[in-house]
Design a protein around this ligand. Structure first.
Ligand code: ADP
Ligand code: MG
Length: 475
């Protein structure tokens, strides 16, 4: 039996690691710190209330079984929640099982600013509780049409939880971040649309940060800043898209701060999107950034091949179109970075075929996709990939075809296979041929090994990035 908290927790981690995906492990278990082990009570420290709730909801069985195995049958787990929001509030402790606590901030919230003495509010009419505000939501952006994949699982499920209980979860604010065209707007609006269906009495408002800024400037000109503030303070669910545009706009940030505080204090839901993790946003006031940390920031990643295929299928289904399987596979395979481009390729394909009355086949798909992906026209050769990788790792190219199991060679071999799969259209079988006739399952295994290493080893990830750049430059 383990006797100190660190070794007990290490043992638990070893067991847990084998039972969940690496990504979940990194997200939910690596940030945990063991605090103490006294008698049968193991105390672990988690970074937020949300974190604690998520563990309880998703991993309670696994965790309790594991600690029983490690600490003994009468083991108990206690959580200590230490929220990092730049204040010196006291951490609080929750035992398991327990009822859920309220929001997690242990920071005092400034009262909203009041501009001027009298507040004129055109929207509050006695006897009329709710006003009718157009939500500005696109009705097509729903959870049903938002395909789930590893790339968006956390963000999607947190969004779903919010839609079912706006303002009532610990994910407030909810910040969805990620690169262009990965579905931030779609997901944020899905939450709004879902709330409108389930709770028609809630006022949902979607606004881009640019529009918000322009409205504010307009209100400054008209002397109606108070009305502007009041309007926003009336909503139950406020979705602000692309908050990175608030950068360097100090006055807009001041006003947003006021509105944010008011809504948050009144238990209203805030949903924000950003092109970066909020902690990396520049030109945004610290007090706003620290508030963004109160809830949950979840990222959207580029979708995997399988998810891209599922997205194409979903779009075709929605539009009542059918395409030959090899065409969708070709498009999904070659358009990798961005869902918007994926859709764009599909639309061009349909447009071209109806304009020219051409059949949608793989040749047409190749022509269209070429416009979206520059690299497709000049495919890089596997020989070149092998040469580039071997130069980087200083390994003789011949050894890639050899049986050598030396670590450096294995790594170079696996990485070359991985890049061959990414940069060429060769089948796994023919890729294997370039490596001394290895079979396709070896190629699959190698790609998986490289993917795992990229996720766990920063130095390796950096190396892959540099090699990839070299290959891309040759195109
Ligand atoms: P962002 O706001 O991140 O730039 P959008 O939300 O505008 O991206 O998404 C771009 C396009 O891709 C939209 O048409 C959206 O419907 C679609 N899209 C993105 N992610 C998904 C997904 N997981 N499932 C279905 N469609 C998606
Ligand atoms: Mg967007």
């Amino acid at each position: 039996m383990a006797t100190d908290s660190q070794s007990a927790w290490d043992k638990c981690l070893n067991i847990i690691k084998d039972n969940i995906s690496l990504q979940s492990f990194k997200t939910w278990f690596e940030p945990i710190k063991p605090v103490s082990l006294e008698k049968n009570v193991l105390t672990i420290q988690v970074p937020s209330q949300f974190f604690y709730e998520w563990l309880e909801e998703h991993y309670v069985v696994l965790i309790s079984k594991t600690i029983k195995r490690v600490v003994g049958d009468d083991a108990r787990l206690e959580y200590k929640i230490v929220v990092d929001n730049n204040t010196s509030g006291n951490p609080f402790t929750v035992s398991m099982p327990t009822t859920k606590q309220g929001n997690n901030q242990n920071e005092e919230v400034e009262a909203p600013l009041v501009y001027g003495n009298s507040i004129k509010n055109p929207f509050i009419i006695p006897g009329l509780k709710k006003i009718n505000i157009d939500s500005n939501l696109n009705p097509n952006y729903t959870f049903d049409s938002f395909v789930e994949g590893d790339c968006n699982r956390l963000a999607r499920s947190a969004g779903f939880a919010i839609a079912n209980n706006p303002g009532g979860t610990a994910f407030n604010p909810f910040v969805v971040y990620g690169g262009v065209g990965l579905g931030k707007t779609h997901l944020a609006q899905s939450i709004g649309n879902q709330i409108k269906v389930a709770r028609p009495n809630k006022t949902v408002l979607y606004v881009s940060s640019e529009k918000f800024t322009n409205q504010f400037i307009e209100s400054l000109k008209n002397g109606s800043v108070n009305d502007f503030i009041h309007f926003y303070q009336l909503v139950d669910v406020l979705i602000v898209d692309d908050i990175q545009f608030f950068a360097e706009k100090g006055k807009t940030q001041d006003i947003f701060f006021v509105i944010f505080n008011h809504l948050h204090q009144s238990g209203k839901q805030l949903i924000l999107t950003s092109d970066k993790n909020p902690r990396d946003l520049e030109g945004i006031q610290e007090r706003l950034l620290s508030r963004f940390k109160w809830g949950l920031a979840a990222d959207l990643q580029a979708p995997s091949y399988e998810t891209r295929l599922a997205i194409l299928d979903q779009k075709m289904y929605a539009d009542g179109i059918e395409l030959p399987r090899e065409v969708t596979e070709f498009v999904a395979y070659n358009i990798k970075t961005n869902v918007r481009e994926l859709e764009g390729a599909l639309i061009s394909l349909l447009a071209q075929s109806s304009l020219n009355k051409a059949q949608i086949d793989i040749d047409l798909a190749k022509k269209i996709v070429k416009n979206f992906v520059k690299s497709i026209s000049r495919e890089v050769s596997i020989d070149f990939i092998q040469k580039t990788v071997c130069e980087y790792f200083n390994v003789p190219v011949d050894l890639l075809k050899d049986k050598t199991r030396k670590r450096a060679v294995v790594q170079a071999r696996q990485l070359s296979m991985f890049l061959a799969k990414q940069f060429t259209n060769q089948s796994l079988k023919s890729i294997g041929k370039f490596f001394g006739g290895r079979d396709h399952s070896t190629v699959i295994h190698s790609c998986q090994a490289v993917q795992n290493l990229i996720e766990t080893d920063d130095e390796f990830e950096e190396a892959v990035g540099q090699i990839r750049k070299k290959i891309e430059m040759s195109l």
